[in-house]
Design a protein around this ligand. Structure first.
Ligand code: E4P
Length: 218
């Protein structure tokens, strides 16, 4: 399973990249707004840090505009994945851009039928938003499961990028279902390593070690 980090904060991406946990990055207009940075500058910096796909989102609402914006964003670096929304215009743009050999991430997916359309339009990634479905009392994981089954039934190569991940339990559930990628905020990725028994065990080992009076180095 690939891990993408869902942020436009360079320091956070750098810190996680040092652990080898970052296979890619996703950004969106809200994350760019939060960073307070210029989209081209910050996206270029991210692409310099990370070799894997870096999603940069278009904001036009017509296919022609999305294609033009997508091409401009793709000039930033070869590892840009152009993000387009799951609308008919977005699907048209996806078909054109992937036909030219570019990576496209179709975002804002909330149904299995939408995901089916994205795969037929040749999307590189489909981004179903788990947390936002949970927010309205639906089960985002049911959607991941349905898309997995549909893509497997027809051998679509579009990768399922489980997005809007809000908790470590979301990560585990997406991994059990077989999502190809998760994108999560840095705090969720970091929390995956936490366990109270690890902390307790380490504390006990260190206390016993101190009693031996030994040193491993010197
Ligand atoms: C994914 O590409 C989106 O940027 C992101 O996962 C949205 O998450 P949110 O619903 O927590 O804003």
């Amino acid at each position: 399973m690939k891990f993408f980090v869902d942020t436009a904060e360079i320091a956070e991406i750098r810190e996680l990249a040092e652990t080898g946990m970052v296979d890619g990055v996703t950004t969106n207009p809200s994350l760019i707004m939060k960073s307070g940075r210029d989209i081209t500058d910050v996206t270029k910096e991210i692409c310099d840090l990370i070799d894997g796909p870096v999603s940069a989102e278009t904001v036009a609402t017509d296919a022609e505009g999305m294609i033009a914006e997508g091409k401009k964003l793709a000039e930033i670096a070869p590892n840009i994945a152009i993000k387009v929304p799951l609308t008919w215009e977005g699907l048209k743009a996806c078909k054109t851009l992937t036909g030219e050999g570019r990576m496209v991430n179709v975002t804002l997916c909330f149904s299995a039928n939408q995901a089916l359309l994205a795969a037929k339009a040749g999307a590189t990634f489909i981004s179903p938003f788990i947390g936002r479905l949970d927010d309205i009392s639906l089960d985002g994981m049911d959607l991941i499961q349905e898309i997995r089954q549909i893509y497997d039934n027809y051998h679509f190569s579009t990768e399922i990028l489980a997005a809007s991940i809000r908790s470590v339990n979301h990560v585990k559930a997406a991994a059990l279902i077989g999502a190809d990628v998760i994108t999560a905020p840095p705090n969720v990725i970091k929390a995956l390593a936490a366990h109270p028994l690890t902390d307790k065990g380490l504390d006990a080992f260190l206390k016993d070690w101190a009693k031996t009076g030994q040193k491993i180095l010197g």
